[in-house]
Design a protein around this ligand. Structure first.
Ligand SMILES: Nc1ccn([C@@H]2O[C@H](COP(=O)(O)OP(=O)(O)OP(=O)(O)O)[C@@H](O)[C@H]2O)c(=O)n1
Ligand SMILES: C[C@](O)(CO)[C@H](O)COP(=O)(O)O
Length: 220
């Protein structure tokens, strides 16, 4: 199977509040985006396209290896992945979409996703169970209900797709649509999404505390 990786790295990182785009923020001395690319490459996905903020192409080109292709991302994650997908050639059977914001994702998660695709899944996401009691809160901040968490899962990346399924789903999606992940795009297009076990180490760096935790994992 020939798999191409897409790294969504064009976000600004408002919630992190750093002095540069989140994907360029250092972790253990290396930009988050470099960790994300390494995860894909170490997991066996050597052809990688990275969606970067249009104005930051040069800065990303400086930190990333020469053979990684850069494309200008969009205003939303959906638009960024759409732009990167346009750069994926027809020779690819599979596409793995990963967040730059998940720097410590172990390569064996990539392997699990690839294995599920090789076994016939057209779309696959890594998921984790919900470990806390989970409630619905009304507009006044009052608990309205307790949810049956046994059926809930937290969704991570990399998410894997048969290339044609992902291309067809994005072609079907209205141009200005914004969904939080790519599994939602293919599901909206009617394609079933399988799951594999996620990994807590694939946690997303969203707020400053997440980066501090990631630094603790890097400095052993
Ligand atoms: N226009 C965008 C927005 C997000 N992303 C990417 O999607 C991933 C997940 O998004 P998130 O963690 O929410 O990143 P940001 O959008 O940068 O964060 P914030 O919402 O705090 O600004 C990140 O790797 C981010 O770079 C992207 O490629 N293009
Ligand atoms: C793609 C993703 O990381 C899967 O969990 C997530 O949906 C990104 O969402 P965010 O709210 O933009 O961080």
């Amino acid at each position: 199977m020939h798999a191409v990786g897409i790294v969504a790295a064009a976000g600004s990182g408002l919630r992190l509040g750093a002095d540069r785009p989140k994907a360029l923020v250092p972790l253990g001395g290396r930009a988050l985006v470099c960790w994300a690319v390494d995860t894909l490459v170490d997991g066996g996905v050597r052809d990688v396209v990275v969606a970067v903020p249009a104005a930051e192409h040069a800065a990303f080109a400086t930190v990333l290896p020469m053979d990684v292709r850069l494309v200008a991302g969009g205003a939303t994650r959906t638009a960024s992945v759409r732009a990167a997908l346009a750069a994926v050639g027809r020779r690819a059977d599979a596409v793995l979409v990963h967040d730059a914001a998940r720097p410590l994702t172990p390569p064996d998660l990539v392997t699990r996703v690839l294995d599920a695709l090789a076994a016939g899944a057209r779309a696959v996401v890594p998921v984790l169970s919900v470990v806390d009691t989970t409630v619905v809160v009304d507009d006044d901040g009052v608990v309205a209900d307790t949810v049956d968490r046994a059926v809930l899962r937290r969704v991570q990346t990399p998410q894997g797709f048969a290339r044609e399924a992902l291309v067809d789903a994005y072609a079907w999606l209205p141009p200005d649509a914004e969904l939080t992940d790519d599994a939602a795009v293919v599901r909206a297009a009617g394609i079933p999404v399988a799951t594999v076990a996620g990994d807590e180490r694939a946690a997303k760096v969203t707020v400053p505390h997440d980066l501090a935790l990631a630094e603790l994992q890097v400095v052993r």
